[in-house]
Design a binder for this molecule. Structure first.
Ligand code: FAD
Length: 545
């Protein structure tokens, strides 16, 4: 039985809880709520000064969600849903942060969160069947269960360019933007990186800066957001039958309630394909355009290439300078194999006289100097450099807790030396009572994360309560189950086009990181069914003691 005891540590002695959660974002907020209801004592440890996770850290201009906010919300409490109204189709970072603060207040979550506290090491204590967590602030923690809700996109990638320390101007990271904002008026600004954060911030930085130079290595597909109020057709569906709408999302492929398309590209005429594409382009809905054009768009190179061509055509009509337009057109990955971005004046920004695009494929950056950035061909004097260079995704924050030591002194970094291995993206063999929320091997970043987080939290908390009620104290994935899940992951990946792209999904954006497609590509609904089946078959693939 899990002891329901909790004692605040006297200095030096450990805080004793049933469950320690690391992180206080979407996942790390829902966890304490569910764990308390299950009668388990909990502490959440959070490096930041308040709740919010992603939405606490990413305060750069233009930061927004790219899944419509009515879908990117908690769904566990219908009363919470009706107590909050989103003001826009794609809410801004301040509004999402307010929402998460509202949730923390509503369920009185902050009393179980230790802020400004980073977990630095974690060790399984075999003799006592408990995890011991070291922190950089205050008492260590002793817990029966250790849950990492540390986020898939929470470890910013350090700059890879020499000379950053020599630069005499100001340096900012989109993923660690100052809380009181940055005044860029009259400044010569460089933005390095054209992933989602770059694409969101560039139009607003261009409006402020005297001159903006964008350094682009790989162009991304960006689709118009057409932001505004939540679309009336989606709102009617949601309000007409909220429970059915949410259930459809949970059973869908991407965590947003759209049906599986049946028509394949070659069954449609050119005119029909164009009409479908134009309708999708006009909707401003990332998931719609990613899933609803034709059935083979994510699995067949030719079916996918048709969409790439249509989007490149759009870029060509928006961007006036042909050379700039050509540089902005992606050719190196299938549409959707890398997370596409939402565009609010992104492509149009390159028509401004104060914006220059530097194509690093033609002139790589050589160094950052005291006065700016030097490429193979030119030097750019700037006052400010903004790094929008992304994250060490999915495993970065997990591996940053180092070492995580499991059974027989095994370290997680050793087990993952050839890439992350997990069972269901939730657990790792040899690491009893250890869970990850939206870990590598789960649909995570290929989905509406709000839906995936709720599914993981519900599954884990339900299991912990069931274990306690049945008198078990440990749960651990078997090596066999983990190897089987790895094979199933690989089989699913072979069927999609993700294998054809070098992306942060595969670790390709981080030098030296082992290449492996980290998210599960089989879809949110099928994944949920598998997790449910594991339970209905007596915790298939787990050893309980
Ligand atoms: P996070 O929100 O990342 O929270 C993890 C927390 O753990 C952080 O606060 C971090 O400080 C803390 N932490 C990490 N390591 C430690 C440690 N060792 N000790 C203590 N604390 C630690 N997803 C979508 O589905 N739709 C979107 O539209 C969308 N938009 C996004 C926009 C941006 C700019 C970014 C960066 C991500 C976006 N995402 C989106 C993904 C987003 O990360 C998830 O939707 C979600 O917010 C993740 O919640 P989380 O609680 O799992 O992790």
């Amino acid at each position: 039985m899990v002891a329901a005891r909790e004692s605040k540590a006297a200095s030096g002695s450990a805080q004793q809880v049933d469950v320690a959660v690391v992180g206080a974002g979407f996942a790390g907020l829902y966890l304490p709520h569910r764990l308390r209801k299950a009668g388990l004592t909990v502490v959440a440890l959070e490096e930041a000064g308040d709740v919010g996770g992603t939405w606490y850290w990413n305060r750069y201009p233009g930061a927004r969600c790219d899944i419509q906010t009515i879908d990117y919300s908690y769904t566990f409490d219908p009363e919470l849903e009706t107590a909050w109204t989103w003001s826009e189709k794609y809410a801004t970072q301040p509004e999402i942060l307010r929402y998460l603060g509202f949730v923390a207040d509503r369920y009185d979550l902050r009393r179980d969160i230790r802020f400004k506290t980073k977990v630095t090491e974690a060790t399984w204590d075999e003799a006592n069947g408990r995890w011991h967590l070291a922190t950089d602030n205050g008492a260590p923690v002793s817990c029966r269960y250790y849950i990492m809700a540390t986020g898939c996109l929470s470890a910013p990638k350090p700059p890879e360019i020499d000379g950053v320390k020599d630069f005499t101007g100001a340096v900012y990271f989109t993923g660690r933007w100052p809380h009181d904002g940055v005044n860029l008026a009259g400044k010569r600004v460089a933005v390095i990186g054209t992933g989602s954060s770059g694409i969101q911030s560039i139009p607003l930085i261009a409006q402020q800066a005297e001159h903006l130079t964008v350094f682009q290595r790989t162009p991304n597909f960006a689709l118009p957001a057409h932001n505004g109020p939540a679309p009336s057709d989606r709102m009617s569906l949601l309000q007409g039958d909220r429970a059915a709408y949410r259930e459809q999302a949970r059973r869908s492929m991407a965590g947003v309630p759209y049906p599986q398309q049946m028509a394949v590209s070659w069954q449609l005429s050119d005119a029909e394909r164009r009409a479908r594409f134009e309708e999708a382009w006009g909707k401003g809905d990332l998931v719609y355009i990613l899933t609803q054009l034709w059935a083979d768009q994510g699995v067949d190179v030719d079916g996918n290439a048709l969409i790439c061509e249509l989007i490149r055509e759009k870029i060509g009509t928006i961007v006036k300078d042909p050379e700039t337009a050509a540089a902005l057109m992606p050719h190196d990955h299938p549409f959707g194999a890398k997370r596409p971005c939402l565009d609010t004046n992104y492509y149009a920004t390159y028509n401004r006289p104060n914006v220059t695009l530097v194509n690093l494929r033609q002139e790589p950056v050589k160094a950052i100097t005291p006065s700016g950035i030097t490429t193979g061909k030119r030097s750019f004097d700037v006052d400010v450099i903004v790094f929008a260079t992304g994250f060490d995704a999915m495993t970065g924050a997990i591996r940053a807790v180092h070492p995580i030591t499991g059974r027989d002194g095994k370290s997680l970094s050793g087990v993952w030396a050839q890439g992350p291995q997990t069972y269901l993206g939730l657990t790792v063999a040899g690491f009893p009572n250890f869970f990850m929320i939206t870990g590598p091997g789960s649909p995570s970043v290929l989905s509406n994360m709000a839906v995936s987080i709720e599914q993981h939290v519900d599954w884990v908390v339900d299991r912990l309560a069931a274990l306690r009620d049945a008198g078990f104290t440990t749960i651990e994935a078997t090596e066999t189950a983990q190897a089987g899940w790895g094979r199933h992951m690989a089989d699913c990946a072979t069927l999609t086009l993700h294998r054809l792209a070098n992306t942060w999904y595969t670790g390709a954006n981080v030098p030296g990181k082992v290449r492996a497609l980290m998210p599960y590509t089989g879809g949110v609904g099928p994944y949920r069914s598998i997790c449910d089946e594991v339970v209905s078959r007596g915790m298939l693939g787990f050893k309980l003691t």
